[in-house]
Design a protein around this ligand. Structure first.
Ligand code: K2U
Ligand code: ZN
Length: 173
């Protein structure tokens, strides 16, 4: 298991649409393990492949928040939202690629998602609550969309400027 480096916005790879997964093999399983390890270490409750510079339609998540509860790691390949509720709710979102920045985003409260699992077998599930917010946030990443893209331009530019400054400081070490 390897911890992978998480890309920080702005980065062109975070704005690209990713390619479908077609090879369901051991390399994919190893990547899923590495992404889950990276997610738990961050810590986060979701992580999309482009965030670790892998341009594939793949995401992992585990939105179980209770410390002593059993983790529920999920690996979704080629995920698609096939239904979303009229009802929407607001959540103060963050992003591992935009550290320490939070803003309210409105999304459908409930979504039905279909995907393939690591064996290539088709799965479907309806998500609500934090799981729904998270899976929509991650699928956006696969289409090069970040939560700041839902904000007013001024707020988005302010956050981007902070990230450019952070990356300059990180580069200086
Ligand atoms: O994609 C990511 O950057 C992972 C996010 C997923 C996420 C963002 C907003 C709302 C739900 C999920 C990280 O997990 S951000 C850290 C976090 C942790 C707990 C609750 C919300 C966000
Ligand atoms: Zn994110």
């Amino acid at each position: 298991m390897t911890l992978k480096n998480i890309l920080i916005h702005p980065d062109p790879r975070l704005k690209k649409t990713t390619e479908p997964v077609t090879a369901f093999n051991d390399d994919l399983r190893r990547l899923a393990d590495d992404m889950l390890e990276t997610m738990y270490h961050a810590p986060g409750i979701g992580l999309a492949a482009p965030q670790v510079a892998v341009m594939k339609r793949m995401l992992v998540m585990d939105c179980v928040k209770e410390e002593d509860a059993t983790p529920e790691p999920m690996v979704l390949l080629n995920p698609e939202v096939i239904w979303s509720s009229e009802e929407q709710n607001v959540y103060e979102e963050g992003c591992l690629s935009i550290p320490d920045q939070f803003a309210e985003v409105t999304r459908p409260t409930c979504v039905k998602v279909k995907w393939q699992d690591l064996d290539g077998k088709e799965q479907q599930e309806t998500f609500d609550g934090l799981w729904a917010t998270c899976v929509q946030h991650e699928i956006d990443h696969l289409d090069g969309k970040l939560f700041i893209d839902y904000l007013k331009p001024l707020k988005r530019q302010m956050i981007t400027r902070k990230m450019v400054k952070l990356k300059r400081e990180m580069a200086r070490g």
